[in-house]
Design a protein around this ligand. Structure first.
Ligand code: HEC
Length: 275
């Protein structure tokens, strides 16, 4: 039932936001009847908000989310559901001032809850990640994102293999679910130490033995297997990228050695220009 949360959540959001706007408009004489259907909207929005919050609570039990973000999102989401019920109750008792105050307060809390929910699912920099530089500047966001400038193959071969080729691969295809904000199965793939540490279930990579490494095994499972990584529907590794990872694990998971010093076989070198 938890998986219904991202589907349902947009209904109470839209209804509560629309109701708040209608109530604001109703302050103007010209639109004084704008909120005439408020009772109807509340009768839909309040129960939906409660069901959505319950589904969200269930979804949170799956774990793997940034603990602090999740805690805030949970409480603000609960407050949104409680606020909508409160607003509905005041409305039906005819206490219209209290109704409007709780509606506007709920709409404010809703915005914060929604923003945190977006950060949980998409990562906190999702919205502004590709924003034009002037917009970023306006919002006071430093361009901290490492932009990978294209390097020549010769240059790449002189870089440490981990930073040069393994990190970008994992960043692209794995870290959105196995990083600081989300770490599914307790597994993080965003640093060398994390790769060595493995997951809640133990070691995921055995240096020198790709075939016995659960992480590599998962990449090699049929795409429709439940255990296949990345999960179905997400950007997949190419055959070349899998070959690259396998080679790196079999080479003993070197961190600082340069690519050249490890003398990679031609099929691995052939993958690199594709980057
Ligand atoms: C869309 C989210 C998502 C992406 C992207 C993703 N994973 Fe996962 N991963 C999960 C989830 C959810 C689980 C836990 C469920 C399971 O075990 O299948 C998991 C589990 C794992 C496990 C098992 C951990 C254990 O304790 O048994 C490994 C290994 C793994 N992922 C590796 C990867 C690698 C390598 C990539 C990138 C190539 C990747 N994942 C990309 C969501 C993702």
């Amino acid at each position: 039932m938890g998986h219904f949360h991202p589907l349902l959540v947009h209904l109470p959001i839209g209804m509560l936001a629309a109701l708040a706007v209608l109530e604001l408009a109703a302050f103007l004489p010209r639109f004084k009847n704008a909120a005439a259907s408020a009772g109807f909207i509340l009768a839909l929005a309040a129960p939906l908000a409660v069901v959505t919050a319950v589904c969200g609570w269930l979804l949170s039990l799956a774990g793997g989310y940034d603990v602090q973000l999740l805690a805030w999102h949970k409480w603000l989401g609960t407050a949104t559901a409680a606020g909508s019920v409160l607003a509905a109750m005041f409305f039906w008792r005819g206490e219209f001032l209290a109704y409007r105050v709780s509606l506007f307060a709920t709409a404010g809390v809703l915005m914060a809850a929604g923003h945190l929910g977006g950060s949980l699912t998409h990562g906190s920099d999702y919205l502004t990640q590709y924003a034009p530089a002037p917009v970023k500047k306006l919002l006071g966001i430093a361009s901290t994102k490492k932009t990978s400038t294209p390097v020549s193959l010769a240059e790449l071969r002189r870089q440490p293999v981990f930073a040069g080729v393994i990190v970008p691969l994992l960043e692209n295809k794995c870290v959105r679910c196995h990083g600081a904000e989300k770490s599914k199965a307790g597994l993080r793939l965003d640093s060398f130490a994390a790769l060595q540490a493995g997951s809640d279930d133990g070691l995921m990579l055995k240096p020198g033995n790709a075939a016995q490494s659960p992480l590599v095994q998962r990449l090699l499972l049929p795409a429709d297997s439940d255990d296949h990584m990345p999960p179905a529907g997400k950007p997949q590794l190419t055959a070349g990228e899998i070959a690259l990872l396998k080679w790196w694990v079999n080479a003993g998971m070197p961190e600082t050695n340069t690519l050249d010093s490890l003398a990679p076989p031609p099929e691995v070198l052939a993958v690199l220009p594709a980057r």
